[in-house]
Each structure stands twice: as C-alpha cells, then as structure tokens.
Design a protein around this ligand. Structure first.
Ligand SMILES: Cc1ncc(COP(=O)(O)O)c(C=O)c1O
Length: 404
C-alpha cells in the first residue's frame, strides 16, 4: 500500500499537512447555502442579490466586438485608458455639479475585478497589523474577513436597530489611536437605507481632525428611489480627499457575473492601491473593459435605473402589503427587508436563519436572514428579499408568500 501511495519510495508516506486557518470563523456563506437550497427545492430565489434578467444586448455586442477586433491580450495593469477616461468623465458629469472631486483618469482610477476585489485590495493596501477598522453592522460579508486577512482588527459599530441609520455618537466613540479606516456602504446592503447629505456632512466633520481613511462602497449608487440623491463621498471634499470610492459595473448594468468595477481615489492613495492590485490580480479582462468604455458614454442606462428598480420595488411591496410581513423602507439598492414577527405561522419564531430555510423548503421562496450580516448573529426577526427579478418571478414569489 505505502509502495503505491509513495510513488515507489517505501520510506515516504504522502500526507497533507494540517493548516492553521487564517479565518477560523468563516464557513460556507449563507448566500451559497440559500442558493443551493433554493435550487434543490425548486424555490424562487429572492435570496442572493443578482438579476434573473439579461443585460442590454448592445453591451454584449460591444464586448463581442472588442473580442472580434482582437482586443484579447493583457491590458495595462491599471485598466485600459479609454475606460478610465470614460469613468473620469462620468464622475465629473454626475458629481461635478454637486461639488464633486475631479478624478484624474491616469493617476486616480483603477479598474478592478469587481467591487469585492477593490475592497480587499484597498484594505490590504492601508491596513497594517494591529490597525483597527470600523465597520457598521449589518454589513456586506467580505469586509470583516478582509480586515482580518490584513492583520487588522474589525471594530463593529451597529447601525441603529430598527431604522439602520448611522449612530454618529457611537462611530465617534469607536475612534481611537489605532483606527486606520472606516468602511461605509450607501445605498446599503442589506437594509436598503440611503445616507443623507446630513449623514455625509456629519461623517466628514468627525473624520476631519483625524488621519482615518474612508472606504466608501457605492456599488448600488444608481439605485436610489423616491427622488433621493446618491450622496457619493466624491461630493464631500473632506471625505473625497481620504476616500477609496468603490463601484461595480455588475450592479449598474445587470452583469454581476462579469466581476468588473473600479476604485477612484486621490493619487497618493491610488499609488498604494495599485501596488497591491498589481500582485493580486495584475489586470482585469480586456474585452469587457473596451465594451464598457463605449457603452457607458451614454448616460441613459444609469439615469433610467432608479425608475426601473423603483417600479419593481413598488410591485413587490404592493404584493407584500397583502401579507403579514411588515415592510421596512426600501430607499435604495435592490433589496426589501421585512419583519416576520407578525406572521400567522408558528415558524416565525424559529429565528431568522431557520425561518429562511423553512421558507425556502416549504413555501418555495428563498430569502436571506439579516443575522448573517452581523458578527454575533444578532437576530431581529428581519429577512431580506432581492427584487432584481423579472416581473413574473416576483409574481410567482408573491403568490407563494400570499399564504403567510
Ligand atoms: C455592498 C456590496 N459591496 C460589494 C459587492 C460586490 O460587488 P462585485 O460583484 O462587483 O464584486 C456587493 C455584491 O453583492 C455588495 O452588495
């Protein structure tokens, strides 16, 4: 036996060394668990956040055209110039009239493999061992493991339970000599809240006397409803000067599987960002960069996005209003949170995670428990649905949920 395993040397016993995990508290994410369960049970998947409809065929044509033109080799490390220029022009057109910072396409914009890589790279670039990074919970699940991989310590500050508004007194109290950065996310996943101008001004005031860096996750920037504005950190000079602004084409153009986004940051921050980027992805796929560069020059697709998603939100909310789910506000993003405590079924008391499994298995609709976005699994009887779905998918889900 040992002869076979050891490729002829009887003194060698093949053995995989045991690994000391770098992320002891990380297992399979709830998104994977729920998506797998949804597929297994044939449930309507309103859990994981991705559209079930296709993107604009013109965008696919633009990418195919780039491939056909032979644009298939490594692009420049920081991204193709034409895409960085399109982004700089868009940021200027969108935020400029509101006091937005102008970004230099050559030195201040870097194309990334989605927002996930952008956030990890920014954290690896700025967080040194022992640094503290403030995260506002509930938060996107990659933030905390990213900080831990960088050797930093996450400092968790809760958004106000019930309203999910930032508690600036608690944020200010969490700042100490070791605080290196703070991560914010508006429009917010999972709560669907949107930070106001007052919120941004207050954050700017708190950070002003400090050297704390800001990582502003703005992936849902074009999904804001009821006439609200997206208050990008780019519009606040005191924030923009210290910010890595993260965006994702996946969300804006219904192409989450393409994993492409960017970071806009002042030159000294971009220099450090690019040092890490160079060695964790080096470059991002070429034809999609060219395709997006041309496509994004037309502002219509992103200017139309709030109305597009607001209509879906309203459709979904109107259906849910007929049930005993209590609707929380959905100000932005493509999520709708609901309180389950008034449902007529005894399963409402199972706890969010077990309730979601039951909902998927027995009712045929997948949702995500909010507890998955808290380090301590805080359970407040709230679950999240994603309404980035075809109208008929939403109707099918609503039909099933009507029983509750
Ligand atoms: C708040 C937030 N940040 C980042 C991401 C990741 O974006 P990408 O798919 O571009 O990596 C997501 C995706 O769900 C998200 O919800």
């Amino acid at each position: 036996m040992s002869y076979e395993l050891s490729n002829g040397d009887p003194n060698v016993t093949p053995r995989t060394p045991a690994l000391a995990t770098k992320l002891p508290s990380v297992g399979t994410t709830i998104f994977t668990v729920m998506s797998t369960l949804a597929a297994e049970k044939g449930a309507v998947n309103l859990g994981q956040g991705f559209p079930d409809f296709d993107c604009d065929p013109a965008l696919v044509a633009a990418v195919s055209d780039a491939m056909a033109r032979g644009l298939n080799q490594y692009p420049p490390m920081i991204g193709v110039p034409v895409l960085r220029e399109s982004i700089a022009a868009k940021l200027q057109a969108w935020h400029g009239p509101h006091g937005g910072r102008a970004y230099d396409a050559a030195g201040e914009i870097t194309i990334t493999a989605g927002a996930t890589q952008a956030i990890l790279t920014a954290i690896l670039a700025v967080v040194h061992a022992g640094d503290e990074v403030i995260v506002l919970e509930p938060c996107y699940d990659s933030y905390v493991p990213n900080i831990e991989l960088a050797g930093g310590t996450p400092v968790r500050v809760p958004l106000v339970p019930g309203t999910f508004r930032p508690d600036f007194d608690r944020i200010a109290a969490a700042i100490g000599p070791k605080t290196r950065a703070i991560l914010i996310n508006s429009p917010h996943n999972p709560s669907a809240t949107v930070w106001t101008r007052e919120d941004m001004l207050r954050l700017q005031e708190i950070l002003d006397p400090t050297d704390i860096l800001l990582i502003s996750d703005e992936v849902y920037e074009h999904m804001v409803f009821d006439g609200r504005n997206h208050e990008s950190a780019a519009r606040y000079p005191g924030l923009a000067a210290r910010a890595f602004i993260v965006s994702s084409f996946g969300k804006t153009y219904h192409v989450t599987g393409w994993k492409i986004g960017y970071v806009a940051a002042p030159a000294p921050l971009s220099v450090e960002f690019r040092k890490v980027h160079q060695f964790n992805v080096f470059t991002v796929n070429t034809p999609m960069q060219y395709g997006l560069a041309g496509y994004m020059r037309d502002p219509a697709p992103y200017l139309d996005l709030p109305a597009f998603y607001q209509r879906k939100r309203d459709l979904f909310r109107a259906g849910l209003a007929q049930t005993r789910f209590r609707l929380l506000p959905s100000e932005g993003s493509y999520f709708q949170c609901v309180d389950i405590s008034q449902l007529a079924v005894p399963e409402r008391s199972l706890g969010e995670a077990e309730f979601c499994k039951w909902l998927t298995t027995e009712i045929g609709v997948a949702a995500i428990p909010l507890s998955a976005f808290y380090g301590n699994g805080f359970d407040q009887n709230v679950v999240r649905f994603c309404f980035a779905k075809k109208d008929e998918t939403l109707a099918l889900a609503l039909g099933r949920l009507a029983r509750l």
